[in-house]
Design a protein around this ligand. Structure first.
Ligand SMILES: N[C@@H](CCC(=O)N[C@@H](CS)C(=O)NCC(=O)O)C(=O)O
Length: 205
């Protein structure tokens, strides 16, 4: 059985969606990241050395970081669908765009958010502007970022576009808006939002 280590209003929220995509049962373990005296359970600490959510355990498997979890779930429970198989030529582009989120979009987002002066050739993520330009170019004229169908790369990228919009550092272009809407309209995305709302309501008692 999968356990999702989660805290409300964090990046862990999106994992409800990923879990709904693969249709596996899961239980929740709340990690109180906002507590001054955190008392994290050992299984969580073993899975997430930085003590960050989300993390999951699945029997004796431990995975932390949203993109790593998304890849694990797809390879384990939906190979050839949510992740192209390792011998599929599209796998390379899939991996690039899946990891575009933690390696390029997230650092670029922080650059913008805390006003770090751009230095595209020095920073491994290029710059906020370059990150957006590449995304826009890639998505112009195509439905999904990596394949001819929705994959976990779309799950990660659309969620991060939505976060940039919510944090008011991005006014999405028509291309990015319609892409985000297409991803968020998936039945699993809708169920995921409902499941997180139920989990939050359960905490409130
Ligand atoms: N790259 C990670 C980032 C995870 C992350 O930053 N989590 C935050 C919540 S949004 C956290 O757990 N913070 C608690 C802490 O740093 O102690 C991912 O996407 O999973």
């Amino acid at each position: 059985m999968i356990t999702l280590y989660w805290s409300p209003q964090t990046r862990a929220a999106r994992m409800f969606w990923a879990l709904e995509e693969v249709g596996q049962p899961y239980t929740l373990a709340r990690i109180d990241i906002r507590s001054a005296n955190r008392n994290d359970p050992p299984d969580f600490l073993a899975a997430s050395p930085l003590r960050k959510v989300p993390a999951i355990t699945d029997s004796d498997v431990r995975v932390a970081d949203s993109a790593a979890i998304a890849l694990y779930l797809a390879d384990r429970y939906a190979p050839g669908d949510l992740a192209p198989r390792v011998d599929d030529p599209v796998r390379g582009e899939f991996l690039f765009w899946l990891f575009y989120t933690p390696s390029v979009m997230e650092p670029a987002m922080i650059e913008k958010f805390v006003h770090v002066p751009p230095n595209p050739s020095a920073y491994p993520w290029g710059s906020y502007e370059r990150m957006l330009e590449a995304l826009e170019t890639r998505l112009s004229g195509r439905e999904w970022i990596a394949a001819d169908r929705f994959t976990m790369a779309d799950f990660m990228i659309s969620g991060t576009i939505e976060a940039m919009h919510r944090f008011k550092i991005l006014d999405p272009s028509p291309v990015l808006s319609s892409y985000m809407e297409r991803c968020f309209a998936r039945p699993a995305a809708i169920r995921g939002r409902e499941k997180e709302a139920e989990a939050i309501a359960a905490l409130a008692g």
